[in-house]
Design a protein around this ligand. Structure first.
Ligand SMILES: [Ca+2]
Ligand SMILES: [Ca+2]
Length: 288
């Protein structure tokens, strides 16, 4: 028992992968290649994801696939891989041809999950530095002794990625511990705290690193007597550091499930893939 994952980019290029289904009717696909059979990377941007199941009859659509001797999952994969190889088709045309031979055929019991998601470079930024407990946004002055909260945004997946924050420059930069987190929500907002006990006042450079991308900001740390926790720091400015190598690579991979560690071959691309949520739908439909 298996299902077929098809990812179609905005130019109609596609990748396919057969994913086996466990006895409990769940499945997960880690490390789905984002490189087409002809060796092209999928285009960054909007990607349409289809997960196809053949249903109880075990065949695609009406059991006849153009150019194929059979209509099992391997034949369906072969048929889909052939779409668009003789003539360039739009994404809509590619998807229509797939559905024409599967779920859209009369009396077909095929199963389909269809989702769109965005395939993008990984990025992580620092948005706010403030004393812990403050609701201020932007980069604030920190008084020596205060706990400094660093808040930012990421499109990396939690659990599989770790965001590390450190102080890389300043009068006593070496006095700071490094903070890290691998827990954040779907909004991508992460937070790390760093202590500032016994550091010298001055301008410090704080860097976040998600493993592939970095971002830095400059923060003023002032003597405790000066206070001024809520004072806007006019000189603190966020400086994005774009990664020079943030393009799709042969190592580009997609994950269909939040579980499990990221494959070691994952390139500097992050993929936000929301196909899993629909899994329950496919399971329940199978059981009808
Ligand atoms: Ca079927
Ligand atoms: Ca057919």
């Amino acid at each position: 028992m298996a299902c077929l994952v098809v990812l179609v980019d905005s130019r109609g290029r596609l990748v396919t992968d057969r994913v086996s289904v466990d006895d409990d009717d769940t499945f997960e696909g880690d490390d789905i290649s984002l490189v087409t059979q002809s060796g092209q990377d999928l285009n960054e941007g909007s990607v349409t994801g289809l997960i196809l199941g053949l249903g109880r009859d075990g065949v695609a659509g009406d059991g006849i696939l153009p150019g194929q001797e059979r209509a099992d999952l391997a034949a369906l994969e072969s048929y889909i891989r052939g779409i668009g190889t003789t003539r360039a088709l739009t994404r809509e045309q590619v998807v229509a041809r797939i559905l024409d031979e599967t779920t859209d055929e009369v009396a077909s019991d095929d199963l389909l999950i269809q989702e769109s998601f965005r395939y993008a470079d990984g990025s992580t930024s620092i948005e706010t530095v403030r004393p812990e407990g403050s609701n201020a946004s932007g980069v604030q002055q920190i008084a020596v002794g205060d706990t400094m909260e660093v808040v930012g945004l990421t499109n990396r997946k939690p659990d599989d990625n770790t965001i590390t924050v450190g102080v890389v420059d300043g009068p006593s930069a070496n006095e700071f511990d490094t903070g890290s987190t691998d827990q954040w929500g779907g909004d991508g907002i992460w937070s790390v705290t760093l202590g500032t006990d016994n550091v010298e006042p001055g301008t410090y450079t704080i860097e976040v690193d998600d493993g592939d991308n970095t971002d830095t900001v400059q923060v003023q740390i002032v003597a405790a007597e000066a206070g001024g926790n809520e004072t806007e720091n006019a000189s603190g400015n966020a400086t994005a550091t774009p990664a020079g190598n943030a393009t799709g690579t042969e190592n580009g991979s997609a994950s269909l499930n939040g579980a499990g560690p990221a494959p070691a071959t994952t390139g500097p691309v992050a993929l936000v893939l929301l196909l899993v949520a629909a899994l329950g739908t496919m399971t329940s439909r199978r059981e009808e």
